[in-house]
Design a protein around this ligand. Structure first.
Ligand code: NAD
Length: 488
């Protein structure tokens, strides 16, 4: 059984054994240790000692950056192995897991470089006898909790800035996909991260995650996952008066205007919803198409999507792998059945795939549904699967009202040749990220996060390190005379 990583030691956890299954055929990959609440308490107590040791707290930014640069190199050294491991663990095709691995390396490197350029600020003093400044201090122990859909990339988005800022981190990966996080811990260890600063504790959210976020020594909750869980954690954080970073769910609109380049838009819309089998927070799951090109566009969309290669995630050329597990497949299918019951017309897919080797795994056909309004349940709730709902719109005013009519506000896509119109729409959409004539493209230097119930706070970007720090203001008196207030 794979050990867990508790404050620099590889050991058996005191929780029940965890299991990793290959979604392509349901076979067991491996068993791994999970943590108990005692393990959580021990890891947090050691993490709280570790971040305060001079070796980390007083280390120079360039010394902390060096660890991250090394981690980036090590991830690249092991990229093929890490991608293969992730594909076994969560079923994404190798082409995607390679991308996630390289993104983790890039995050570590970018964060290291940003750290070296972060300065304290001299502020305007209120008199010439004062020097005033604002410096940044770490927070202490950070509890990081991640979902199953993009392991390694989402984990590094938390580990790199939190550690760079001088904190220690206790990380709980998703119970379905814990292997990549354990591998990351090995690489941090090899890169020379001092003991105690990182623990990786697999286990159930309601046990391990819950114990982490309620521990009095935890000073920030950094969470990526569903909105319902995020809300629960926000309540706990509010009670404890600690900060959160919440990266939550989405129901993102993609919009095809009447002057869109149809070939580019069709491909982009398909990639936006069907890559990762739709298991992406930013999946473009609501498609608004202008009435003037609705019929022809939808016909081309269906023809093209029908050609997608759904298959074994380890085969080169596979575009869509299985869903994470059978339970999730049943949930996706239930949404499709609900759409039909609400009057939706299934234009493509709408069922699991069982031909040949697909019968062994949790494969679901790319699905396109029409004939529903934005009010339909499948347009309001996050399905997290390969299901696209197409909606016709007549004018930009109606479009904006409907596109924004969602509790979520994570992302949106706009397809048009008119950049002035695109700009106006982009500014009016209540979402954290807008893609224009592209979709689901990321750059580590560009902040990411949600409006509304899609989240609180931002990850990525130069300032992500600051979100794991607190400001301290320092006033230095320079006068050589006593304060006149005391003069009698
Ligand atoms: P989830 O909320 O069920 O679980 C996420 C993590 O939280 C897991 O590690 C889980 O064990 C843990 N958890 C669950 N209950 C907990 C509790 N009571 N206390 C502490 N931890 C707890 O989400 P999921 O099903 O793993 O992931 C899918 C969701 O994640 C989708 O809604 C998706 O949109 C969202 N997501 C968002 C982003 C983003 O950046 N906005 C990125 C990826 C995924």
């Amino acid at each position: 059984m794979k050990a867990l990583f508790l404050a620099g030691e590889w050991q058996e956890g005191r929780g029940p054994a965890g299991r990793s299954f290959f979604p392509a055929d349901g076979s067991l990959n491996t068993e791994f240790s999970t943590a108990s609440t005692e393990d959580v308490a021990e890891a947090i107590s050691k993490a709280n000692q570790a971040w305060q040791l001079p070796g980390w707290r007083n280390s120079l930014p360039m010394e902390r950056a060096r660890v991250l640069y090394r981690v980036a190199d090590l991830i690249e050294r092991d990229a093929s192995r890490l991608a293969a491991l992730q594909t076994r663990d969560n079923g994404k095709p190798l082409s995607e897991t390679r991308g996630l691995v390289m993104s983790a390396a890039a995050t570590a490197r970018y964060t290291a470089a940003s750290l070296e350029t972060l300065d304290a600020e001299l502020t305007n003093p209120r008199s010439r006898d004062l020097l005033t400044m604002s410096v940044y201090e770490p927070l202490g122990v950070v509890a990081a909790i991640t979902p199953w859909n993009s392991p390694i990339a989402s984990e590094m988005q938390k580990l790199a800035p939190a550690l760079a800022a001088g904190n220690s981190v206790v990380l709980k990966p998703a119970e379905l996909t814990s292997l990549a996080a354990l591998e990351l811990a090995k690489l941090f260890e090899e890169a020379g991260l001092p003991k105690g600063l990182l623990s990786v504790l697999p286990g159930k959210g309601s046990v391990v995650g819950d114990a982490m976020v309620k521990h009095p020594l935890v000073k920030k909750i950094s969470f990526t996952g569903g909105t319902a869980t995020g809300r629960q954690l926000a309540h706990i954080a509010a009670e404890r008066l600690i900060g959160t970073s919440l990266e939550l769910g989405g129901k993102s609109p993609t919009i095809v205007l009447d002057d869109a380049d149809v070939d580019i838009a069709v491909n982009g819309v398909i990639y936006g919803i069907f890559s990762s089998a739709g298991q992406a927070c930013i999946a473009g799951s609501r498609l608004f198409v202008h009435a003037s090109l609705y019929d022809s566009f939808v016909q081309r969309l269906v023809e093209k999507a029908a050609q997608l290669r759904v298959g074994h995630p380890e085969h080169e050329g596979t575009q869509i792998g299985p869903l994470i597990d059978e339970k999730h497949l049943q949930s996706v299918d239930a949404y499709v059945q609900q759409a039909v019951a609400e009057g939706g017309e299934v234009l493509l897919g709408g069922q699991r795939l069982e031909q040949g080797e697909l019968a062994k795994g949790s494969y679901y056909a790319p699905t396109i549904i029409a004939g529903l309004s934005n009010q339909a349940n499948v347009c309001q709730e996050e399905i997290f699967g390969p299901v696209l709902v197409v909606i016709l719109f007549e004018n930009d005013e109606q479009l904006l009202v409907e596109a924004n009519d969602s509790v979520y506000g994570l992302a949106a896509g706009i397809w048009t040749e008119n950049y002035r119109r695109a700009w106006q729409l982009a500014r009016a959409l209540d979402v954290g990220t807008v893609w224009i004539n592209t979709y689901k493209k990321f750059s580590i230097s560009t902040p990411f996060g949600g409006f509304k119930e899609s989240g609180v706070g931002r990850e990525k970007g130069r300032l992500s390190i600051l979100s794991y720090m607190q400001q301290k203001s320092i006033y230095i008196g320079l006068s050589d005379k006593p304060d006149p207030w005391c003069d009698v």
